[in-house]
Structure formats: structure tokens, C-alpha cells
Design a binder for this molecule. Structure first.
Ligand code: GLY
Length: 382
């Protein structure tokens, strides 16, 4: 098996990152991608927020801690990327901070609760500030903004530039990409994943990593692990000096992320609609309305793109990272709202698990076996 390639199913940001790290460790890697890289995965339509402080959700402490580690992994990841592609192809890590703003009295109550919760989490760099102070730091915010929760340690990255750089780095390191090719089945014999079947042809593999985002359930021969797509529609506006932002801005309803290439992203809906990728009027109307509520200058901006992406979500909305029950089979999916943020950490973790058999302690709770154990318990109860 040693000379067979490491096969990765899925060429989104997660698959590319893992593949590139395996290549850097001197192993042959092949990616199978159903459509065309770099636009194929959910990451292309993401906002590129690296915002574990703002995204921290109630009852999700382990995920929050993982996301903090995810952000810490970025500087090394980007510096390695600079070794493999031209310097100007690597996006900058923008440590801009987040501001969650309150426009209504209800929003202020939500903000106060979020502040208390984040204090319990021990978040650094956090301030609850009045509307006037929020406008001093972010002058174009609406006069309706009453209060803001400022989170200094969040950042962002140009997600499209990052995915393009990873694609380039993967190819520069000798990786092979099979585009428009769907892996139909993972071949498992006696508890060991031996290869894949693509259009009736079998390929042997040293290891197989399942990273096709929201499409994980389509692959035969393995546990579908309950991944579902959560649709996110995003509006891209053309940024103008009249709408210039210095931070990631959020309200309880939307976020605004100004990218260094002139895109101002307004996101995002979260819709349980299966694999429906249509752009629909309701969510787009709401995104624009709630963006205008926070940043009135949005009214005059040109719409340059309407996007929809499929966030891959697991049953507990947490990522699934690590070896499956089958030898040689690994999952890297379910990243849901944190695919860009967790790509470097996922890549380092899987590289080490595949090549050295080591597993990070903070990933134990995110292992695929949590679902197979759940299935065994259900079977016993039945
Ligand atoms: N992380 C932002 C989103 O999923 O919309």
C-alpha cells in the first residue's frame, strides 16, 4: 500500500489543505472532485471570517476552544504557503477585530447576554461600548446603533485568494487533481479501506480522506455520518469609500465583511433546504435590509454577485475530523460555519494522524466515532 497515493475525496479548502500538507511531507496525493477547483467548495462562497470570538455559540465550549486553536494555526500555514507559491498570491491575515452591534432594544439584551457568556469563556480583548464610541471606531455605522460588543482578536482573510493559492501550491508540489470525477464507493475489506471506485474503475490508496463537504452522504461503502447541507446565501456589494469598514461588523441578523479586493460581503442566510442552490428573493431582501439598517451607505452600492453555498453540517453541527472505525479511512467534514477558520488546523491534524498515527487531544470529541457510538447506543435501546 505504501506506494499508492493518498486519496482525498473533495477539492474544497479542506481537501486542498490536507492534500497539500501530505505533499509537503513527501507523499503522493490525488484529489477527486465532482466539479471544478477552485470554485467547487463551500469555501468559495464563504466570507473568510476568522472570528472564533464573535461566532462562539452557547453550549459550544469545546468548539470555541478548537476554533481559537484554528486561528492560531494560521500564521504558520500562511508562511508555509509562501514557500510554495509566489508571495503576492498568498492572502494577508487581517487582524481587524469584530464589532457586534445592537440596533434595537432587543439587540441590546442579546448583546448583554453575549457579553456575559463571553466573559465566562474568558475571552480577551472584549469591550461593551456605547453607540457613540462604536461610531468613533467605525464612523459609517448607522446613528441607530445603540451599543456594540467589540472583539479585538478576530480577523479575516480573503477566502478566494487563499483557496486559489492552495490550489496552486497543491499542483506545484506535484499533487494530481481529477476534476468532474465522482467517487462512487470506498472499497472496504475486513475493516480496512483499500481504495475507491470511480466510474466502475478501482484505485488503490494508502489512505482515503472523505472531505467532500455537504456531499459526504453520497459516497457508498462508508457510514454517511449524517452530514446535511445548510444553505447560505450571500450578497456581494462593490465597496466604496462611502461605505468603508475597518472591522467585521455583525448584528444579530447579518454580518458585513469588507475584503481587500473591494468586495463587501453581506451574509448569510442559514436554510435547511437540501441541495437547493437557487438564489431566492426573501433571504437576499432580508440581507440587504439588515445590512442597510447597520450601514446606511449600503443603499447606494452596486450589487456585483449573488452567491449561495452549502455549509456541511453534522448532526451536532460540529466538525468530524479523524480516523473512522475502518483502518485507512479518515473524515474531514462537518465544518459548518468554520471551514475557512479550521482548514489549517484540520490539515495539520490529519497529516499527523494519517502519517504518524498521532491524534490531538482536543479533537477526541470531534472524532467520527462519536456518531458510530451513538448508533450502537440506539441499537441497544431498540
Ligand atoms: N461563518 C459564517 C457563515 O457560515 O455564514
Amino acid at each position: 500500500m505504501k506506494d499508492h497515493p493518498h486519496i482525498i475525496i473533495g477539492g474544497g479548502i479542506i481537501g486542498l489543505s490536507i492534500g497539500w500538507q501530505l505533499l509537503r511531507a513527501g507523499r503522493p496525493v490525488e484529489i477527486y472532485e465532482e466539479s471544478a477547483i477552485p470554485r467547487s467548495g463551500a469555501g468559495w462562497n464563504a466570507a473568510g471570517m476568522l472570528a472564533p470570538h464573535a461566532e462562539a455559540g452557547y453550549e459550544e465550549e469545546a468548539l470555541y476552544n478548537l476554533c481559537l486553536q484554528g486561528l492560531s494555526a494560521y500564521p504558520e500555514f500562511l508562511s508555509e504557503l509562501r514557500e510554495d507559491v509566489r508571495e503576492n498570491e498568498v492572502p494577508a491575515l487581517d487582524r481587524c477585530g469584530s464589532m457586534i452591534v445592537a440596533v434595537t432594544a432587543d439587540d441590546s439584551v442579546i448583546l448583554q447576554r453575549q457579553f456575559e457568556f463571553r466573559k465566562k469563556l474568558g475571552q480577551d480583548g472584549m469591550e461593551l461600548i456605547r453607540g457613540a464610541e462604536a461610531r468613533e471606531r467605525e464612523p459609517l455605522l448607522s446613528p441607530k446603533v445603540k451599543q456594540a460588543l467589540y472583539l479585538a482578536n478576530d480577523g479575516q482573510i480573503n477566502n478566494r485568494k487563499l483557496i486559489s493559492a492552495l490550489h496552486e501550491a497543491f499542483l506545484n508540489r506535484g499533487g494530481i487533481i481529477h476534476e468532474h470525477q465522482q467517487v462512487d464507493r470506498v472499497v472496504v475489506r475486513k475493516g480496512k479501506a483499500e481504495g475507491v471506485e470511480v466510474s466502475g474503475v478501482s484505485r488503490n490508496a494508502s489512505s482515503i480522506t472523505v472531505a467532500p463537504g455537504a456531499l459526504a452522504g453520497k459516497i457508498k461503502g462508508i457510514d454517511p455520518i449524517g452530514i446535511r447541507p445548510v444553505k447560505g446565501q450571500v450578497v456581494t456589494l462593490k465597496s466604496e469609500p462611502s461605505a468603508e469598514l475597518h472591522h467585521l461588523i455583525r448584528s444579530p441578523r447579518i454580518y458585513l465583511a469588507a475584503k481587500d479586493d473591494g468586495r463587501l460581503l453581506v451574509g448569510a442566510s442559514a436554510e435547511e433546504k437540501g441541495l437547493d442552490r437557487r438564489i431566492t428573493a426573501g433571504p437576499i431582501m432580508e440581507l440587504l435590509h439588515y445590512a442597510w439598517e447597520v450601514l446606511p451607505a449600503v443603499y447606494e452600492l452596486e450589487i456585483t454577485e449573488l452567491q449561495s453555498g452549502m455549509r456541511p453540517a453534522s448532526r451536532d453541527n460540529c466538525p468530524i475530523i479523524g480516523q473512522a472505525d475502518e483502518e485507512g479511512l479518515y473524515y474531514a467534514t462537518g465544518h459548518y460555519r468554520n471551514g475557512i477558520l479550521l482548514a489549517p488546523l484540520t490539515a495539520y491534524a490529519l497529516r499527523d494522524e494519517i502519517l504518524l498515527g498521532t491524534k490531538r487531544a482536543d479533537l477526541q470529541v470531534f472524532s467520527p466515532s462519536r456518531f458510530s457510538q451513538e448508533a450502537h447506543i440506539i441499537e441497544e435501546v431498540v
